[in-house]
Ligand binder design. Structure first.
Ligand SMILES: [Zn+2]
Length: 137
C-alpha cells in the first residue's frame, strides 16, 4: 500500500463516465450480493446437516460442554469471516475494474458515488476526482 506520497497518475474521470461506471458497478454488486447470500444459505444448510455429526464428534472427544462452548459455533464463525474477507476482496477488485477508486488516496468511491457525483471530489481526502464533461457544442 502507498505511503504518504500522493501520486496523480490516473487522469480524473469525466462526470458521464463516472455515472455510467457507478451504475454498472452497482448492477454487478447487487448480483454478487445475491450470489453470496445464496451461497451463505447453502453453507448454513450444509452446516446444519454437518452439525449433528460435529456435535456427536465434540461430545465424544471433549464431553457435552464443548458443544455449547467455544467449539460449537466455530465452523459457522470461520465460514462467516471467510465470506466477509472474500466479499471485501471481490468488491475492491470490482471498484478497481470500474475505476471507482480515488487516484489520490486509493479509497473506494463506489459506496459514496452520489456524494462524488455531487461534489466531484473524493469523500475521503477531498481531492477532485471528476472532471466536468466538455461543454456541448
Ligand atoms: Zn481520495
Amino acid at each position: 500500500m502507498g505511503g504518504t506520497t500522493l501520486i496523480h497518475r490516473a487522469p480524473a474521470m469525466k462526470l458521464s463516465e463516472f455515472i455510467i461506471a457507478a451504475q454498472e458497478h452497482q448492477k454487478r454488486r447487487d448480483r454478487f450480493v445475491l450470489i453470496v447470500l445464496a451461497s451463505f444459505m447453502t453453507a448454513l444448510c450444509a452446516l446444519a446437516w454437518a452439525a449433528r455429526w460435529y456435535g456427536a464428534f465434540l461430545r465424544a472427544k471433549f464431553g457435552a460442554g464443548a458443544v455449547t462452548g467455544l467449539l460449537g459455533p466455530l465452523p459457522l464463525l470461520v465460514v462467516a469471516v471467510g465470506l466477509i474477507f472474500w466479499m471485501r476482496k471481490w468488491v475492491q477488485q470490482l471498484n478497481r475494474a470500474y475505476g471507482l477508486v480515488c487516484p489520490a488516496c486509493g479509497k473506494d468511491l463506489a459506496m459514496a458515488h452520489h456524494v462524488v457525483i455531487a461534489s466531484k471530489c473524493c469523500p475521503h481526502c477531498g481531492q477532485r476526482v471528476i472532471e466536468e464533461d466538455a461543454a456541448r457544442a
